[in-house]
Design a protein around this ligand. Structure first.
Ligand SMILES: [Zn+2]
Length: 331
């Protein structure tokens, strides 16, 4: 990924006309992080709006539009909007935790309310691109792993690009089978990492629910509260989940040989326990492989930074390999 500063046009080309905005929405299961930028990528304003993404997608789309308007009511002339969602994006959108969203034309719905071209991408992809903006000398390749209701990942290559895979399906590490596990997964397989170590899986076990029972971000948040309060069973869940994630990541590290592995998502940013357990699991499997395994540098802004970098590349016409869902409009 090219650093944002290098993407900014050298000659502004905007004198004599109003600057148009670049909009970015980084959606978690429980909130919308919104950023509005000018055409050069300079921040105009940001906000965070609590929203349960399990709600009607049209309501969420209207909330996103209202949030952007609240940041910049003076000149409502957006050029493009990039939206990150915690969902599978492969031509269309599917998410077991957001049942009302599956198959709907969310990019076109958003284009209608925002009045500009929209690109919808996986949240993990935007956050990995944001992490790639940190300007570290050991930038790529790296693996970004997001742990919330589900577990998903994005691979950033040596050249700073996201590895999308066929149909854009690369990164679904939540469905890698875990040795010895037999619980049914919503994907139709058994023993997936998601059924063992995701926030949804831990919340289900704490509530005595079956492995495919529907749980919400509120259920996961109640589980997080128990962890924070020092509940022993909840902390055992975190420990075991971290070890399982570490085992799986160790396998991926053998294939990808990443310079670093970056973990994000609320269960990582809540505290050190999960990160420590992931490191221990990783070290158990790959004791001799030294990989920098750590939490994301800027959890609050990584998704917005990555979305902005993507928006700038698309506006400049330098992005050709982005398979996210696009609305019909043109930049
Ligand atoms: Zn699965």
């Amino acid at each position: 990924m090219t650093p944002v500063n290098d993407l900014v046009p050298k000659a502004s080309g905007t004198e004599g006309r109003a600057s148009r905005q670049l909009l970015v929405a980084d959606c978690t299961h429980r909130s919308l992080r919104l950023g509005v930028y000018d055409e050069k990528g300079k921040s105009i304003g940001r906000t965070v709006i609590p929203v349960d993404l399990a709600a009607d997608p049209r309501f969420v789309a209207r909330t996103i539009a209202a949030g952007f308007n609240a940041i910049d009511v003076a000149s409502n002339t957006p050029l493009i909007c990039v939206v990150g969602l915690p969902a599978r994006i492969a031509g269309s959108l599917t998410a077991t935790s957001m049942p009302g969203w599956s198959g709907i034309a969310i990019a076109s719905d958003l284009e209608e309310v925002l009045g500009c071209r929209v690109i919808v991408e996986r949240s993990a992809v935007l956050r990995s691109l944001g992490e790639a903006q940190t300007g570290r000398s050991d930038n790529g390749p790296f693996l970004y792993v997001d742990i919330d209701l589900g577990i998903t990942a994005a691979v950033v290559t040596q050249s700073g690009r996201t590895l999308h895979g066929a149909q854009g399906l690369a990164g679904e590490i939540g469905h890698i089978p875990v040795s010895g596990e037999r619980a049914s997964c919503a994907c139709g397989s058994i023993g997936c990492l998601d059924t063992v170590a995701s926030g949804a899986a831990m919340a289900r076990r704490m509530n005595g629910l079956e492995s495919t029972a529907a749980v919400t971000s509120s259920d996961v948040d109640r589980f997080r509260a128990l962890v924070a309060l020092g509940d022993r069973e909840a902390q055992r869940e975190i420990r075991q989940a971290g070890l399982s994630i570490g085992f799986v990541i160790a396998g991926l590290a053998l294939v990808l040989a990443p310079r670093r592995i970056v973990l994000g998502g609320v269960l990582i940013t809540d505290g050190e326990e999960l990160l420590v357990a992931v490191r221990d699991g990783f070290a158990t499997r790959l004791a001799r492989r030294a990989v920098d395994l750590r939490s994301v540098d800027r959890p609050e802004s990584a998704g917005l930074d990555g979305g902005l970098a993507l928006a700038l590349e698309v506006v400049r016409g330098s992005r050709r390999d982005q398979p996210g869902i696009r609305s019909r409009g043109r930049v």
